[in-house]
Design a protein around this ligand. Structure first.
Ligand code: SF4
Ligand code: MG
Length: 317
């Protein structure tokens, strides 16, 4: 198979059980019928405003959460048919917060080697040599294995998290806002490290961020999400030169150049994002869309492939 990950029509809705809303059986449609694939060796960027469902999607992709409906295939086999500990070594995650994601009571060497120790990939000596190699591969020093996470900066901690992620030679890493908590000057270094190890380890990435400039710096293709749905998927270059969806066009106006040293706030576009509890009918973007037509208020747009690999969900096409 040429796709390491394939998701078909997945939905994840959360019941809202507190207060008045429980009477109306409200649900948050965090991920609302999404299909896409991650190809072997590529970086698929996933971009959207906070609250668009991208972190829920990340948890579904790693199996930390199960979808209400739809199927996720990893290497051509449905999640439910995998031994979950096998998936755990082949698929890893790097999280946003390098402070809470590393156990403060464990030495760096123990943090990085946890998977290797559990899976008994070698003798103690072999594993500690491997930890030292991994530290060097992520731009740290071998002796850092004996220190604790709090002795390092945010950028260094993210390097440690990356070393832990690659320790078991995974095939896929889900990166959920991995540079958002870092200073702008450090962001580019961590992105470049991710690119370097992608080549060295033949990795595929799903790279999730609210920041389109960061996403475009690292991604081969970009998927744009809004209120639990996909709006557009395209190769990165193509998306920049020929954005089709009005939402993507507005996002790009806010970020004209794919340069990670330009920090953007959470993308700001006119109007608030409607609540995912009661997303608007029709096209979810219609209350904010400058090009909305009557049909947009009633009928959800279907998937349209405008040219090879460039897909949009919009009634303009
Ligand atoms: Fe705008 Fe309609 Fe396209 Fe939605 S479907 S983005 S409302 S033009
Ligand atoms: Mg999030």
């Amino acid at each position: 198979t040429t796709n390491i990950l394939e998701i078909k029509n997945i939905k994840r809705h959360y019941p809202v059980s507190s207060g008045i809303l429980s009477l109306s059986k409200a649900t948050i449609k965090a991920v609302n019928d999404i299909s896409l694939e991650v190809r072997n060796g590529e970086t698929l960027g996933l971009v959207g405003e906070s609250g668009c469902g991208k972190s829920t999607l990340a948890r579904l992709l790693t199996g930390l959460e199960s979808p209400d409906s739809g199927t996720i295939f990893f290497k051509g086999k449905a999640f439910k048919d995998w031994d979950s500990s096998k998936i755990g070594t082949m698929m890893q995650m790097v999280f946003q917060d390098p402070y809470s994601s590393l156990n403060p009571r464990q030495k760096v060497g123990n943090i990085i080697s946890e998977g290797m120790r559990i899976n008994k990939t070698g003798t103690r000596l072999e594993i500690s040599k491997r930890v030292e190699e991994l530290l060097v591969q992520v731009g740290m020093r071998p002796e850092h294995a004996k220190r604790y996470p709090h002795e390092f900066s945010g950028g260094q901690r993210q390097r440690i998290a990356i070393a832990r992620a690659i320790a078991m030679n995974p095939d896929l890493i889900i990166c959920d806002e991995p540079v958002s908590a870092l200073d702008v000057s450090v962001q580019a270094q961590v992105l470049n490290l991710l690119k370097k190890i992608q080549t060295e380890f033949a990795l595929s990435y799903v790279f999730i961020s609210h920041d389109l400039s960061v996403v475009s710096h690292i991604s081969d293709r970009v998927a744009v999400m809004y209120l639990g749905k996909l709006m557009e998927i395209s190769p990165t270059e193509e998306l920049y030169h020929n954005p089709l969806h009005p939402y993507t066009q507005i996002l790009l106006e806010a970020v004209p150049i794919p340069d990670p040293t330009i920090q953007t706030a959470d993308v700001s576009i006119p109007g608030d994002m409607p609540s995912p509890i009661s997303p608007p009918p029709g096209c979810p973007f219609h209350p904010r869309c400058p090009k909305a037509m009557d049909i947009c208020k009633e009928t959800p747009p279907m998937r349209k492939e405008i040219k090879k690999d460039h897909t949009v969900f919009c009634h303009l096409y």
